[in-house]
Design a protein around this ligand. Structure first.
Ligand code: SIN
Length: 485
């Protein structure tokens, strides 16, 4: 049905301790573009989640003590297999998630790049020696894998959000248990199949696919065998998971919601700003945590930016992501379309002006028209909330300090973007924005070499880059006495 070359990649049950685990009940996975069931997946129980955690614990000693270069070879095999099967993996991803096939291929390469990156980076987990305050002692610092890592990942990047966490965890010597979103389990299970083919030992990488979010979440956040919990998803859910982790004082990292400002100053290259805004807003139909959420444009370039941006948005091709030349696929569900419709309508009631789009799209029940709202103000629903859809609210401003104040006026602090050419302004604004990541004259900022993560209520910890390993390592201080004779 999925029309993939390697049927072995289509798995429909949880992968625990190197085995595929059937269960008595199943749930449907649907293609959001056509709202049709594409697979039925075994619904894992809480007991199976516990089994996965225990298996990861059992596998931890051998994996964490394996020399880093041997772990790197296995990770490199995994990377190679993902790239070898990029077309099939992308097809599975588009069919369960909806994003255009070209974007899905990009996501597979993006996910695989974390595995490649951390295969290398895991070889460079250095310790330290520190000059001692006493002649009788030496201070030595070593870094060790934290233990079993449990993860919950979202539907918007069914491959890359798992790869970004698992690659760092495995490279550091941790073992890993993930619950992928139930809308998009097939990509995660295909990754497990390739991990097995790559030679990653049983118990090191486990995928638990189950609808009991609460029960499985409780196992992942409270089981004594879990040392660290990591989550990508909404701030509201992240907060309650952090609370659950508190009872066992687990190490936690969180990649949560965003409300990214995109600021166009009057010295910006407007053509480039338009390209950047299209990339950062309409990627994945606006369903990423780093998607532009509010566009601030300085008054003297408002008309020219809005005209060019509207023209570009009106040329975006909307449709089933599996078809050629599609740039905007479906949203994940009809509820998502309803949420976006409400944000747009409520903002119009408060004075926003519809420039283009604004309605569900005729392509199907999960589609929404690429939309621009002008004359938006900071207090409107479309500016206050994370939109997670293809809608651009444009807010005008007078001065640099007005733009900075409005951009920072949010509880979120994940990504921000701005376009300007004046070097003094570039530095001032970059420093003043309260966000973990800032794109300067650039709308696409994510890659394996860069630290991805937020401040304020957008989370804690960093993924990717040399910093991405730190979240999976403990620092141990060895005080060596008996040195002087
Ligand atoms: C996300 O939406 O959380 C991830 C986006 C990215 O990796 O660029």
């Amino acid at each position: 049905m999925l029309d993939i070359k390697q049927s072995a990649l289509l798995k429909t049950s949880s992968y625990i301790n190197g085995n595929w685990h059937p269960s008595n009940t199943t749930f449907d996975v649907s293609n959001p573009a056509i709202d049709e069931v594409i697979a039925q997946v075994c619904d894992a129980s809480v007991e199976q989640a516990i089994l996965a955690v225990r298996s990861a614990k059992k596998a931890f000693k051998a994996w964490s003590t394996m020399p880093a270069n041997e772990r790197a070879t296995l990770l490199r095999n995994w990377f190679n297999l993902m790239m070898e099967h990029q077309d099939d993996l992308a097809r599975i991803l588009t069919l369960e998630q909806g994003k255009p096939l070209a974007e899905a291929k990009g996501e597979i390469a993006y996910g695989a790049s974390f595995i490649e990156w951390f295969a290398e980076e895991g070889k460079r987990v250095y310790g330290d020696t520190i000059p001692s305050l006493s002649a009788k002692q030496k201070i030595v610092v070593i870094k060790q894998a934290v233990g079993v890592v449990a993860a919950i990942t979202p539907w918007n990047f069914p491959n890359a959000m798992i790869a970004r966490k698992a690659a760092a965890a495995l490279a550091a010597g941790c073992t890993f248990v993930v619950r992928p979103a139930t809308q998009t389990p097939l990509s995660a299970l295909a990754m497990a199949e390739l991990a097995e083919q790559a030679g990653i030992p049983a118990g090191v990488f486990n995928v638990v696919v189950g609808q009991d979010a609460k029960g499985i979440g409780e196992v992942f956040t409270t089981h004594t065998d879990v040392a660290k919990f990591t989550f990508t998803g909404s701030t509201a859910v992240g907060k309650s998971l952090i609370k659950q982790c508190a009872s066992g004082v687990k190490k936690v990292s969180m990649e949560l919601g965003g409300n990214a400002p995109f600021i166009v100053f009057n010295d910006a290259d407007i053509e480039e700003a338009v390209k950047g805004a299209i990339n950062s807003k309409y990627r994945n139909a606006g369903q990423t945590c780093v998607c532009t959420n509010r566009i601030f444009v300085q008054k003297d370039v408002l008309a020219s930016f809005t005209e060019k941006f509207t023209d570009a948005v009106n040329h975006l091709h909307v449709g089933n992501g599996i078809d050629d030349n599609i740039q905007i696929g479906p949203m994940i569900s009809s509820e998502a379309v309803e949420n976006v419709t409400k944000l747009v309508n409520d903002s119009i009631k408060q004075g926003a002006v519809l420039n283009t789009g604004g309605k569900p799209h005729k392509a199907g029940s999960h589609f929404f028209q690429p939309t621009i709202l002008t004359q938006v103000t900071q207090d409107m629903p479309v500016a206050r909330n994370e939109i997670f859809g293809p809608v651009s609210p444009i807010i005008s401003f007078d001065t640099e300090s007005d733009a900075i104040a409005m951009a920072n006026d949010t509880e979120y602090g994940l990504a921000a973007y701005f376009y300007a050419r004046d070097i003094g302004r570039v530095w001032r604004v970059a420093e003043a924005l309260d966000f973990g990541m800032v794109g300067i004259n650039e709308g696409l900022i994510s890659n394996a070499a860069a630290p991805f993560g937020g401040v304020k209520q957008s989370g804690s910890g960093r993924e990717g880059s040399k910093y991405g390993l730190d979240d999976y390592l403990e620092i141990k201080y060895l005080c060596m006495g008996g040195i002087s004779d």
